[in-house]
Design a protein around this ligand. Sequence first.
Ligand code: C5P
Length: 234
Amino acid sequence: MRNPIIVALDVPDIERARQLVRDLAPVVGAFKVGKELFVAAGPDVVRALGGLGFEVFLDLKFHDIPNTVAKAVSSAVRLDVQMLTVHTAGGHEMLAAAEEAAQRTAAQQGTEPPLVLGVTVLTSMDNENLVETGVESTVAQQVERLAMLAAKCGLRGLVCSPLEIALLRQVIPSNMQLVTPGIRPDGGGGDDQKRTLTPREAVEAGGDWLVIGRPIYQAENPRKAAEEIMASLK
Ligand code: C5P
């Protein structure tokens, strides 16, 4: 079985990231570099991970005019990341430009194009927050609408809440990959993730990749925590 665990390296500096990577490398599938670490440590952290042979998910959630996003995606492809994120709210042209840039730049350098993952509605948003931004649909309706838009624009994957997996699996093409944060091995509670599933529930619902941060990096023994999660999936 492929290891579906992507560890979120949500730490403020490269030293702490290195320590985690050393501990976890043999027992997880990939590492996610998000805004906190990228802004602090820059592309070197991505190069270092790639240089050690790890798959990297660059989670910078691009959202800008199509030309700017396309160039940012090309830069990410040159860093040799395997996954990256864009906001689907950026619209048709931006999404198509992102996917096209990923394919073209990868072809130019002779590598596999990364999965350009669409982010639909942030899990921190509820129906009222959507109304405040002028969106009258419910979160579920908006997630579905944006997921369909991403599929239409050629994206091959989405980031979604684990509770959205079942709904999305009914409407998106079956080959689209679903990457889900909001995973809690003990069923949840205790921090800011309110809508969670266990790793096993998320995989059974049709999730392809599990993004897991605090339950691993805040554990007393991160490696043991990751091993236990993997064992729970078998
Ligand atoms: O610590 P935790 O397991 O909650 O970390 C989840 C990771 O997934 C964090 O890096 C967070 O930024 C990211 N994420 C999320 N919810 C989203 C998108 C990304 O929690 N909707």
